[in-house]
Design a binder for this molecule. Structure first.
Ligand code: SF4
Length: 299
């Protein structure tokens, strides 16, 4: 097996030629190129799934106030609010994505999927999907492997880091993983999975990385919620056999092209966008002064 995950087309070709599923192709890759045993792969996935669920629950129960004060128990407020915009399921989805990401902003334990900044999306999506559709744990773990295949390709063809490709690369990739996972769990075929990924990325293209005060809090936490919503809307569209028109590999290449032409101030430097607003700068100054004040006096 050469390096398999450099394109979606190549992934499908391997799968068709060897008469294996997309998920089995990821397992083959992990065994052959990472030297892992199949038993260890499932064990690691099971552990990751437990951490994801734990992050959702922690964020909805424990105090989630970040050191900067910018994050202040938003997930719980959303979860318990009596007005539901669409349905209780949608409210749960949004609050769970917020919850797991708030745990990260408050220095708790999360799964970087694919990064810490985007760590609320997969937990919010998978937790809610399992609850609504009674998806067995084994299928959830398979969907996580499928998502791993998606992220391997996106890392190769574009980027998964905000510092390299903007927020489209972080929350956009996580949303693509989530939509592919949803379609897989709801028995979509390869075309539908790839359409879901392509449609999701089309909705996330161009998103800049502009964290206020350089902290992964604002706008990161709310972007996890919107990315979880986009993962679901894209899956809904793809499952109905609506085409992305632009093939998934080309969509990912477009993401890479946009990322490489994005100005540095939109790549996690906290020099542009929301970070450069009047309020963003004032928060940054306050956080910096407070951090200097709590530095140990070495005189
Ligand atoms: S704004 Fe930047 S730091 Fe925040 S989630 Fe997006 S890529 Fe990550």
């Amino acid at each position: 097996m050469g390096f398999l995950f450099d394109s979606f087309e190549g992934w499908k070709k391997y799968s068709d030629t060897n008469k294996v599923s997309l998920v089995q192709a990821v397992i083959d890759y992990e065994i052959e190129q990472k030297g892992r045993t199949e038993e260890r792969i499932w064990e690691g996935l099971g552990q990751a799934w437990e951490v994801m669920k734990d992050a959702v629950q922690t964020g909805l129960v424990e105090d989630m106030t970040s050191r900067s004060g910018m994050i202040n128990n938003g997930a719980k407020k959303v979860y318990n609010h009596k007005v539901t915009v669409l349905s209780k399921e949608f409210q749960n989805l949004i609050s769970r994505a917020l919850a797991a990401k708030e745990v990260n902003s408050c220095m708790g334990r999360i799964v970087a999927a694919p990064t810490a900044g985007a760590s609320g999306i997969m937990p919010g999506v998978l937790y809610t999907l399992q609850e609504i559709h009674d998806v067995p744990d084994k299928k959830i773990l398979e969907a996580m492997l499928l998502a791993a295949g998606i992220v391997l390709i996106m890392e190769q063809k574009a980027s998964i880091a905000g510092a390299v490709g903007g927020c489209q690369a972080e929350t956009g990739t996580a949303a693509a993983m989530g939509s592919g996972a949803i379609v897989y769990c709801l028995d979509g075929d390869t075309t539908q999975v790839f359409n879901a990924v392509a449609i999701t990325i089309q909705c996330m293209l161009g998103l800049v990385c502009d964290p206020v005060a350089g902290l992964v809090e604002i706008p990161c936490v709310v972007r996890n919620a919107s990315a979880a919503a986009i993962a679901n809307s894209s899956a809904q569209i793809a499952l109905a056999n609506v085409s992305s028109v632009i093939p998934v590999d080309e969509v990912v290449e477009a993401m890479g092209e946009i990322g490489s032409s994005m100005e540095t101030r939109y790549k996690e430097t906290a020099l542009g966008g929301l970070a450069a607003t009047k309020t963003g700068k004032a928060i940054s100054k306050r956080v910096l002064i407070r951090d200097i004040e709590i530095l140990p006096d070495e005189s």
